[in-house]
Design a protein around this ligand. Structure first.
Ligand code: ATP
Ligand code: MG
Length: 255
C-alpha cells in the first residue's frame, strides 16, 4: 500500500505502541522503521524486553557504503511468526546527528519498497528533536500526528501541525491519530483545533498497550480487546485514506 509515518508533538502519547500494534496487525508484509532519534530502541527494550540484542540498525544504515536498498534488507530483522520486519533505532541519542544525511536517502529507498509488496510504518518519535526524520515525514504517503485529546496535548499538536499540513490534492497526506477519543475532547473538536483530519482513534486500553510498549503478558481476550479492535479500524481507515487520494489524483490527472 504505502509508507506511513507516525510522530508526536509532545508527551508520550503512544507513537511506538501504535506503530508496533499497527505493524503486527497489518494485513501485508510490513517494515517497521524505528526512526525516533531519541535512541535506546523502544522496541528492543520494550516489546522484546531486552531479550533481543541489538545486531544492526539505523546507524549501520547511516554508515553503509553499499546500496541503501541492499543495506536495508540486511539490517531488517524479521519478528518471528509475523509478517513484520523491523529496523532498530539508534542505541543512543548521541548518534542522532549522524542520521541527518541518511533521512533523504532512506525516504527514497523506503518509497521504492512498495512494488515489492512491502509497506512501511515509521516511528518518527517526537517532532522537532535533533536528528528528527523530517524527510521521512515529508515523503510519507500518510504522515500521522499521534496525540491525546487533553488541552496540553492539543496545544502542542496545534503548534506542530503546520509542519505536517499539505496542500489539497497533494500526493502526500497528513492527519491525526487520536489516543483516547473523548477524554475529554472528541475527534471533531480535535480536528477543528489542530486543523488536520482525524484519521482514526485508538482506544485507551493500558493493559493491551503494555503488551506492545513493554512486552507485558497479553490480557485475556487481547485479540478482541478494545486496542486490537481500534487498531484494526485504524488500519482500514489508513488504507481507505490512501486509496481515496490516489483515485482523486487519477481522476484529476489530465488524460
Ligand atoms: N492506546 C493506549 N491506551 C493506553 N495506554 C497507552 C496506549 N498507547 C500507549 N499507551 C501507553 O503510553 C505509554 C507511552 O507509550 P509509547 O512509549 O508508545 O509512547 P511514545 O509516544 O512512543 O513515547 P516516546 O515519545 O517516549 O517515544 C506506555 O506506557 C504505553 O503503554
Ligand atoms: Mg516512542
Amino acid at each position: 500500500m504505502a509508507v506511513i509515518a507516525l510522530a508526536s508533538a509532545s508527551g508520550s502519547p503512544g507513537v511506538t505502541t501504535t506503530a508496533l500494534g499497527l505493524a503486527l496487525l497489518w494485513p501485508r508484509p510490513v517494515l517497521l522503521v524505528e526512526a525516533d532519534p531519541t535512541g535506546g530502541s523502544g522496541l528492543l527494550a520494550g516489546y522484546f524486553r531486552g531479550t533481543t540484542t541489538y545486531a544492526a540498525g539505523m546507524i549501520e544504515l547511516a554508515l553503509t557504503s553499499s546500496n541503501l536498498a541492499d543495506a536495508l534488507s540486511e539490517v531488517a530483522q524479521p519478528i518471528a511468526g509475523t509478517q513484520v520486519s523491523y529496523v532498530a533505532g539508534t542505541r543512543s541519542h548521541t548518534q542522532a546527528g549522524a542520521l541527518r544525511d541518511l533521512w533523504p536517502l532512506l525516504a527514497v529507498a523506503l518509497a521504492e519498497l512498495e512494488p515489492t509488496g512491502q509497506d512501511v510504518i515509521i516511528d518518527a518519535g517526537r517532532l522537532g528533536l535533533v536528528g528528527s526524520p523530517g524527510d521521512l515525514l515529508d515523503a510519507a504517503d500518510l504522515a500521522l500526528l499521534v496525540t491525546r485529546t487533553h488541552l496540553p496535548a492539543l496545544s502542542a499538536a496545534r503548534s506542530r501541525a503546520d509542519a505536517l499540513r499539505r496542500p489539497p490534492l497533494d500526493w502526500h497526506q497528513s492527519g491525526v491519530l487520536l489516543v483516547g477519543d473523548g477524554q475529554p475532547y472528541s475527534a471533531r473538536e480535535v480536528a477543528t483545533v489542530v486543523d488536520l483530519p482525524v484519521i482514526a482513534s485508538l482506544a485507551e486500553d493500558p493493559e493491551s498497550a503494555a503488551v506492545f510498549s513493554r512486552g507485558a503478558k497479553p490480557p485475556r481476550r487481547f485479540e478482541t480487546g478494545a486496542l486490537s479492535r481500534s487498531l484494526q479500524a485504524a488500519i482500514a481507515a489508513i488504507h481507505s485514506t490512501i486509496v481515496r487520494r490516489r483515485s482523486e489524483l487519477l481522476e484529476g490527472a489530465p488524460s
